[in-house]
Design a protein around this ligand. Structure first.
Ligand code: SAH
Ligand code: SF4
Ligand code: F3S
Length: 464
């Protein structure tokens, strides 16, 4: 049986897809390189914007065609699916399954009956992977004490089973490692707290074991994932900076990155830890969303533009050559052109290395969906263009500072006449004309002299 996974959304979903692949391969499924050849298509869904949801319904006719040539084809949808969409997808797909129950996918596929939408957390079943076996029992009992009712206990149980799944990593160099899932912040526009539930932190021992094994197996870059890594707290004595110090102590030459930090929670302790731990990279992703205090307030972001600026100063003071990237939403309900200008001004001051600029999309069930979406789509597009223009200027200005410098680059791909890699600050580097190509391998660290800077990448040559 061959499977194909189509992933939408953020790195968290990409990491989940590696866990889905792990579960399927354990059940003797083989990866198919093409969707059309698969016996099982799994859609790992993102609901953050309406466009992604409509694309999935729109794509479904393709699967209907595949069913004509392969009547045994099964289609499954999982990931961040809103409750209100489950019914609709249940009519299209053979199975709708919660990502925290993904370990049970092979078993559910075998016994698939008429009930296509799985009643989540209805029955607690023994876990295939042994669940939290490696976790210390007092950590676990503390987390269980927090549960308010049986449903929440089962949700926690399922989440820990999900964490302990052995992933099938896409890359041999970079590995995503989830350290927490869920979100308690309820930004007024965002579906994540509804699709992923409340925050749950993974046990320290399990994270350290997983990373130590990855390093033994030659991985060079570990990307720690969580909706808000600063809320990582598996027990009273462990926070995110402590976890970083423990990972930094794992022997070997590798880099540590993490995504994402919420500006209201980022601490001086975290920034000082990143500065002190030699394996932590000079790269911080910190979502601004808006540079206007009134908009930030109705977004429920719980910080001001001034506070964000102070954080950036603190980061730059402590971590030399740090790259700072962000997320921004344009056209939030009631956003005026003056308020957009406040975002433009702060972008000019901060000089981001990258900004993911999103056009506001009202999402059913969120607080802001009750507000009138009064900025037209065309106007949102224009605002996106204004901010992207500033971003291009600051990104180029930042990149030009690299020219003439020698930096460490992790090689992630060798393709044709080029070597591609990343700096510690997460800049893409292209190295051309390579008589040294034959002796350079993917996963190697190189010393590279930067010769040219473009908006989104650098070019360089290997220093002998
Ligand atoms: N936890 C992360 C964000 C995860 S969602 C953080 O707070 O940094 C990723 C991004 O999607 C958000 O930062 C936001 O910019 C964007 N986004 C979320 N909901 C949106 C919506 N309703 N419309 C447009 N963009 C949205
Ligand atoms: Fe969404 Fe806000 Fe949570 Fe980020 S912090 S996942 S934007 S609710
Ligand atoms: Fe989308 Fe879920 Fe990530 S809604 S942005 S895939 S956490």
């Amino acid at each position: 049986m061959k499977y194909f996974i189509r992933t939408y959304g953020c790195q968290m979903n990409h990491s989940d897809s590696e866990r889905i692949a792990g579960v399927l391969e354990l059940a003797n499924y083989e990866k198919s390189s093409q969707e059309s050849d698969a016996d099982l298509i799994v859609i790992n869904m993102c609901s953050v914007r309406e466009s992604a949801v409509s694309r999935i319904s729109g794509n479904f006719h393709k699967y209907k065609k595949y069913i004509i040539t392969n009547p045994n084809l099964k289609t499954v949808i999982t990931g961040c699916v809103l409750d209100s969409d489950k019914e609709k997808f249940g009519e299209l797909f053979d199975l709708v399954i919660d990502i925290r129950e993904i370990e049970k996918l092979p078993e559910r596929l075998k016994s698939m009956s008429t009930n296509k939408i799985l009643p989540e957390f209805k029955t607690s079943q023994p876990s295939l992977s042994g669940g939290t076996k490696s976790s210390s029992s007092n950590q676990k009992s503390m987390i269980f004490r927090k549960a308010r009712n049986d449903k929440e206990k089962l949700e926690i149980e399922n989440t820990y089973d999900y964490f302990s799944i052995n992933p099938q990593h896409e890359s041999k160099i970079t590995a995503y490692v989830p350290i927490m899932t869920g979100c308690n912040n309820f930004c007024s526009y965002c579906v994540v707290p509804y699709t992923r539930g409340r925050e749950k932190s993974r046990m320290v021992d399990e994270i350290i074991d997983e990373i130590a094994k990855l390093i033994e197996n030659g991985y060079k870059e570990i990307i720690l994932l969580g909706q808000n890594v600063n809320s990582y707290q598996p027990d009273e004595n462990t926070n995110f900076p402590k976890l970083l110090r423990l990972i930094n102590d794992i022997p070997g030459h590798f880099w540590i990155r993490f995504l994402t930090s919420h500006p209201k929670d980022i601490s001086e302790e975290l920034i000082k830890t990143v500065a002190l731990c030699e394996k932590c990279t000079e790269y911080i992703h910190l979502a601004l969303q808006s540079g206007d205090d009134d908009i930030l307030k109705i977004m429920n972001r719980k910080y001001t533009a001034e506070h964000f600026l102070i954080l950036v100063q603190m980061i730059r003071k402590n971590i030399s050559n740090v790259a700072i990237t962000t997320d921004i939403i344009v056209g939030f309900p009631t956003e005026t052109i003056e308020q957009l200008q406040n975002t433009a001004e702060i972008m000019k001051k901060i000089k981001f290395d990258m900004a993911y600029i999103n056009k506001y999309s009202p999402r059913e069930g969120t607080v802001s969906a009750k507000m009138t979406d009064n900025v037209s789509w065309d106007e949102k597009k224009e605002r996106e263009v204004i901010l992207n223009k500033i971003l291009k200027e600051t990104a180029l200005e930042n990149n030009q500072k690299y020219v003439g410098k020698v930096v460490e680059v992790l090689v992630d791909k060798i393709d044709g006449d080029f070597i591609f890699g990343k700096t510690k600050s997460f800049k893409s580097v292209k190295i051309g004309i390579i008589n040294y190509k034959s002796r350079i391998k993917e996963g190697e660290f190189l010393k590279v002299k930067i010769t040219e800077a473009e908006f989104w990448n650098l070019e360089g040559e290997v220093v002998e």
